[in-house]
Design a protein around this ligand. Structure first.
Ligand code: HAM
Length: 459
């Protein structure tokens, strides 16, 4: 083969850090997405979908110029067609606030919104850290009190409970307002200057530009010094303290356990007052599953009216990983029926039967030939079994002669007589009767109430 041809035939692979979600993981993704959607709806949150690409200036202004994301993680490019500076969204809060200001969505009062979708950050790929990852987030816009902060936190707690997740813990902090942070900042810089010999290169660079973020360092050599640094909580005035106390009171009243982490500052400049993170995972591999807080100044930064707001976003991949670790992924992909057939007449009748069954609410997979030569019943039954179907229907010459179909219960014990001939026009009723009869033993253990991936359409 010539070099030219070799290059042409070379496999094209996916981009590093941008992952394919394969069908085997589809059930656990659906479980998370469906549960989150149901929980968000139950708190009155409405869905918003904003573009994946925004003007670069939106993130630079909203997130802050001296943040990891804006400094080194954004996928920014120039639109070759018109020269616009654009960026793949690294997060969604800035885009949601832009859309809310642009469409005056809060003109008649506060709004509770949620979103779900891919985000992009050029980070070093490793477990739980990807260049394309997914977030599900909520933004409550136009609410000034600590009650909404508590509601968002309790919504997360409900989501973890509904997903059956264990060992997810909550950290909260208040980072006050700009004035309080300025007072703290002066003392913090003085403290870091006294400890200059301990500061790593990153911290040196941030010393005057963003000293608060130095508190967030993971560098073991800096922990002792950072732990002893002046605490922002000690600089809060009466209103900020009252806000923080208000949040703690609601959480305590509702028995939501939390710890106060005075070093929790979060990675974007738009935050003020309440910040929080949910942390979970195996010992030694703990990860931040979800993070959020108040961002009262953001609307004005985008030319909107003052609109106090609070929100969070959870990392879908990190939660999926935890769900799988904790056994929540054992949801098999069930379909109700697989139809196998042989011969042209049978194929035509199989199509009609599949449509009729789907019309009654059953999920049906129809065998389609992988090659023009067709396939044996044996090969088709193997596919039927792999599909996870509850029943297989066989349509061959013999069945058609008698106007019947063979219905085989695939999940019944082998010893039972689990195959019978059913008149074609009675197949739907027969299957529904069988499924309802077996409802107590529903495969997902839901007593027939589930709406998850293992449910059949006739619930
Ligand atoms: P964030 O803390 O940057 O906050 O991201 C939220 C969550 O997204 C993280 O806790 C983590 O689970 C996940 N995440 C972040 N980066 C990656 C990555 N490279 N790979 C995998 N997962 C990742 C925000 O994005 C804010 N917009 C949250 C917010 C909403 N604050 C107020 N409203």
């Amino acid at each position: 083969m010539t070099e030219d041809k070799k290059a042409k035939n070379k496999k094209i692979l996916g981009i590093k850090g941008l992952n394919d979600v394969l069908p085997e993981d589809a059930p656990v993704w659906e479980l998370l997405e469906n549960t989150a959607e149901a929980v968000l709806k139950s708190y009155g949150y409405q869905r918003i979908r904003t573009p994946i690409v925004e003007e670069t200036a939106l993130f630079a202004r909203g997130l802050g110029a001296v943040t990891d994301i804006v400094e080194k993680e954004m996928y920014s490019f120039e639109d070759a067609l018109n020269g616009d500076r654009l960026t793949l969204r690294p997060e969604s809060t800035a885009g949601v606030v832009r859309a809310v200001v642009e469409h005056s969505l809060t003109y008649n009062g506060p709004k509770r919104l949620w979103y779900s979708g891919p985000m992009f950050r050029h980070e070093r790929p490793q477990r739980g850290r990807y260049r394309q990852f997914h977030q599900i987030g909520a933004e409550a816009l136009g609410f000034g009190g600590p009650d909404i902060d508590a509601e968002l936190i309790m919504l997360c707690q409900r989501l973890w409970d509904d997903l059956g997740l264990q060992g997810v813990r909550l950290e909260i902090n208040s980072i006050g307002n700009a004035e309080e942070r300025n007072r703290h900042r002066a003392d913090l810089i003085a403290w870091f200057e006294q400890n200059r010999d301990v500061l790593d290169a990153d911290a040196q660079r941030r010393l005057y530009a963003n000293p608060l973020r130095i508190l967030d360092t993971k560098n073991p050599a800096m922990q002792e010094m950072v732990n002893a640094a002046p605490k922002l909580l000690d600089y809060l005035d009466r209103d900020s303290l009252a806000h923080f106390e208000g949040l703690k009171k609601i959480l305590e009243y509702n028995r939501i356990p939390f710890t106060i982490n005075p070093r929790l500052v979060r990675g974007m400049d738009y935050y003020n007052r309440t910040v929080f993170e949910w942390i979970g995972g195996k010992a030694g591999a703990m990860a931040t599953l979800c993070g959020g807080g108040r961002y009262d100044p953001l609307f004005e930064m985008f030319g909107g009216r003052p609109t106090p707001s609070c929100g969070f976003a959870l990392g879908v991949e990190r939660l999926i990983e935890l769900l799988k670790e904790q056994g929540g992924a054992g949801v098999a992909q069930y379909t109700d029926v697989f139809i196998a057939h042989q011969g042209e007449d049978a194929m035509l009748q199989a199509f009609a039967l599949a449509e009729a069954l789907r019309g009654t609410g059953l999920d049906v997979i129809l065998h389609c030939a992988p090659a023009a030569s067709g396939s044996s019943f044996k090969a088709q039954m193997k596919r039927a079994d792999e599909s996870g179907a509850t029943f297989a229907i066989l349509l061959g010459e013999d069945e058609l002669k008698g106007g019947k179909a063979s219905v085989k219960a695939l999940r019944a014990p082998e010893t039972e007589n689990n195959q019978r001939l059913v008149p074609m026009e009675q197949v739907a009723d027969y299957l529904i009767g069988q499924i309802i009869g077996a409802e107590d033993e529903h495969p997902c253990g839901c007593s027939g109430l589930c709406s998850g991936p293992s449910s059949h359409g006739i619930h």
